[in-house]
Every structure is written in C-alpha cells, then in structure tokens.
Write a protein that binds this ligand. Structure first.
Ligand SMILES: [Zn+2]
Length: 463
C-alpha cells in the first residue's frame, strides 16, 4: 500500500477506536438472559446484553426471531424497524428514538459491538405491539403477541367480520385449510389444465400466516407437493380484498374426484375417494397431528454452520408424512407441509378442531453452549402426555444414537394448550457442529422419521 492509502487506513482505524469508546458503553456485560416468545424459547437468540439494566439484543433477533422488517442505513447509522402496524426509527449512539407516538428517550441507546448492532428489546417489543414482561428471578424476558383486538386495531388490520385462513397443508392425499372461524367454501372443477378451485367468501389471510409479508391482490403463494400422483401443487391468493375473498387452487396432474367436508374450523378437500372414505376421524382411524416447528421468517434455531431448524424439521416431518400415508389405521394431518408459518395457537386449534388422538411437534435444539448435545422429548401434563413422550424419546433416541437427555416436563404452548396426548421432540442440537452435520443427512432423517412412526404406532397400539 502507498502512503496515501496508509493515511486512509490510519484514519479509519482511529475512527473505529473512537467509535468503540463512544458507542460501546462500559457497563455492558454478557448475560444469561432468556427470551421467550409466546412461551416458546427464542432459540439461537444468542448474545443478549444487559446494559444500564436494559436488555439489548442483536438486530437480527428482531428480524429473524420476531419477524419484523429491519432496514439499516449505514451513512446515518439509522435503524428502521417496521411491521404492518408500526414503524420506529433508532440511531446508533442516540437515546432519542422516533416512536409511533412521537419522540421517546431511551434508557439505553443502540450501540455496536463486534460488527453487531444492539437495540433495546423492551422498547422495540412494546412499540411493535408485543406485551413485554421481565422475570428477574429466572432472568427471562417474556414477549407475548397480543391477539388482534380493539386495543391493537390501527386501521391496517383486516375487517374483523372476515374469517381468516391460518394454515394450509397437504398430506395423506388431503388438503387441509384451517380458519379462525366458520367459512363457507365454494368449490368448482376446471379443466385444461385440470384443477380444483375453492373460493372462500368473506375470508382473508391471517396475519400470522402471512408473517409480516403482504399478499396483495393478484399475487400467488404456492405450496409444493411432492410424491403425489394426482397433485402438482397448491396455490393460494387474495382473489379480492373488497369484499374479502381467498382462493385456493389444487393443480392436478389428471382429473380427479374429491370430497369436500368440514370439521369444526377445518376444511378438507379429500382426494381419497374410495367408497369407504369418510371424514377424518369418523372412520375409526386414529388422527395424528405432526407439527414441524417454526417456518417462514421464524427460522427456529440456527445451526453451527447456519443450518436452519425450520428446514430440518420440515424435511423430517414430510418423511414422517410419507410413511404414515401407508398406515391404514392412521389419519394424518400436518400443521404445515411447506415453508409457511402457522401461529402457535393455530397449531393447537388444528389439533383440537380435528379431535386428534395424538399431537407431536418436531424441533431441533439450539443452545449458547456449543457443546450441548442429545435428544430430548417434552410433555406438559404428566397424566395426559408422559407416556407418549417416553415412547417417542425411546424410539428416536435409538435412531439418533445421541446423548439421552430424557423425556421431561416443560410448558411449551403447543403441548400445554392441546388437550390430547401431546409431545415436543428435540431431535438433537443444531448448534453442536457434529450433530448439525448428522441432522442434515437424508439417511439420518429417514431413520428418525421411521423411529417417530414406530413410536406413534406403539403408543396407539397399532400393529
Ligand atoms: Zn424449535
């Protein structure tokens, strides 16, 4: 490098050192603080800091874990965070922030440390409409998504008279659409190409389902379908916003008869149309709900080399689905079969609406301690679910060969709020480099899926 370049470098280095002293307060310390969102640990939230008694989180937690839109303007050190309801602006090193209600003075200004921008969690959370509670004993921040009610209505929330679509999945030759209330679908068959069209009048997509993104009129979301001779893919779109109408299309490979029926707030388009086909659960079959965790902007835990939990658990879930499809005594419903997000309460509602016999949520673990390892399964209620959890743990542990972290009690929302036997499986730790490398393998995922099916069959006493 020549002399001019060197001068530039010295200037940059000096500026960096100065900004370190200015922007990075001396009271900052790493904290063993936990963040819970709707009673689920925010996995991989990582380096939370307590500065001037304020919980500071890396900006990626705001975007990846909480799902808000984050813009970073380097020249002004300006951070803009937004969702459909609010937009706030913070500046690195400045305690004054631009909130929805006007200027607000922060207890702790955003700062940078090791190339990471930290923002105050409570301020961001409350501004974006979350309920924020701090439990000092357990050093836990509890965030709760306040359900859309009159107090959070701000004009951008859809007409409360509209029912919302909360989940769409395709498994067991059957499309399942879950909604917040009663819907009156209108179905029709079109040819060239062959497709089944289902319209939902006075219906919109739920905010949770769309995860902060917007589906405008004319835009189409697709759900890929693999391993089906009949179905190519599922498409969904806002057919009309005024008045609200949702359209869901099943693209067929060949013309196909189907049955449309409803059970509580679930709508099924069933392509299993033999003479003996009856609505889910009314045929003596056991109804099993498989719930691959996370999805869409909620990536779940992030692995040692960046593998996302939402993808691993979806793969395993779909492998379980392929196996259960062959089980004549089981009716399977998946909460999701693609990279969409289903709100936690909607996952519970699907299971309840389906009168499920068993609920199993599939996850991959993450921990700040990179050496943490092993397989574990959780139940919320001993009487209702311990046996299921024990059996799943036994089978999956044998398949993973990981350390036995046991079947144990925990209060995760999806296993606490469901009323049927329910368990939450953590296959292994994605934050552990060795386990991450194993968990992405197709063969390993097949083995785990087989173990899950064996466990379910043992529990349900199906030979
Ligand atoms: Zn998870």
């Amino acid at each position: 490098m020549n002399r001019n370049q060197r001068n530039v470098w010295i200037t940059i280095a000096f500026a960096m050192i100065m900004s370190f002293f200015i922007l990075f307060p001396s009271t900052t310390q790493a904290a063993s603080t936990q963040i819970m969102l709707d009673n689920q640990p925010v996995e991989g939230a990582g380096d939370v800091m307590i500065t001037n008694q304020t919980t500071m989180v890396p900006i990626r937690v705001i975007s990846e874990k909480l799902g808000y839109k984050v813009k970073w303007k380097q020249s002004d050190q300006l951070i803009t965070i937004s969702n459909t309801a609010a937009t706030i602006k913070l500046t690195v090193g400045q305690s004054k922030a631009d909130a929805t209600s006007g200027d607000v003075v922060l207890e702790q200004a955003p700062f940078m440390k090791s190339n990471t921008t930290y923002v105050p969690l409570r301020f961001v959370g409350t501004q974006m409409g979350l309920k924020v509670k701090w439990d000092n004993t357990s050093k836990t921040v509890f965030l709760e998504k306040v359900s859309a009610g009159p107090d959070t209505n701000n004009g951008s929330i859809p007409d409360p008279n509209n029912t919302t679509i909360e989940g769409i999945s395709y498994s067991d030759n059957r499309l399942m659409i879950s909604s917040s209330g009663q819907v009156k679908p209108v179905d029709s068959v079109l040819t060239n190409p062959n497709r089944i069209v289902i319209d939902f009048p006075s219906t919109a997509f739920g905010k949770g389902f769309l995860q902060g993104t917007e589906l405008k009129q004319g835009e189409i979301g697709t759900i890929p379908v693999t391993g089906s001779a009949d179905v190519k893919q599922i498409r969904y779109s806002v057919f009309s916003s005024q008045p609200a109408q949702v359209r869901i299309v099943i693209d067929l490979n060949q013309s196909k008869t189907y049955k449309l029926y409803q059970q509580n707030d679930l709508t099924f388009v069933d392509l299993n149309t033999s003479a003996t086909t009856k609505p889910v659960g009314s045929n003596g079959k056991k109804v099993v709900i498989i719930d691959p965790g996370h999805g869409d902007t909620d990536s779940g835990g992030i692995g040692a080399t960046g593998v996302l939990e939402k993808n691993v658990v979806l793969n395993v879930g779909n492998k379980v689905a392929a196996l259960l499809k062959k089980e004549p005594k089981i009716d399977l419903i998946m909460t999701r079969t693609d990279d969409t997000f289903i709100p936690l309460d909607s996952r519970v509602k699907i299971a309840e609406d389906a009168n499920a016999d068993v609920f199993l949520s599939i996850h991959g673990n993450a921990a700040p301690n990179k050496d943490a390892s092993g397989t574990e399964t959780f139940y919320a209620d001993t009487k209702r679910s311990k046996l299921l959890s024990d059996i799943i743990q036994k089978h999956v542990l044998a398949a993973t060969g990981f350390k036995d972290r046991n079947s144990k009690q925990a209060n995760y929302l999806v296993i606490r709020k469901t009323t049927m036997p329910a368990a939450l499986l953590e296959i292994g730790f994605l934050t552990n480099k060795t386990e991450e490398a194993i968990m992405v393998q197709d063969e390993f995922q097949n083995k785990v899926a087989e173990a899950i099916v064996a466990g379910l069959k043992e529990y349900l006493n199906i030979k």
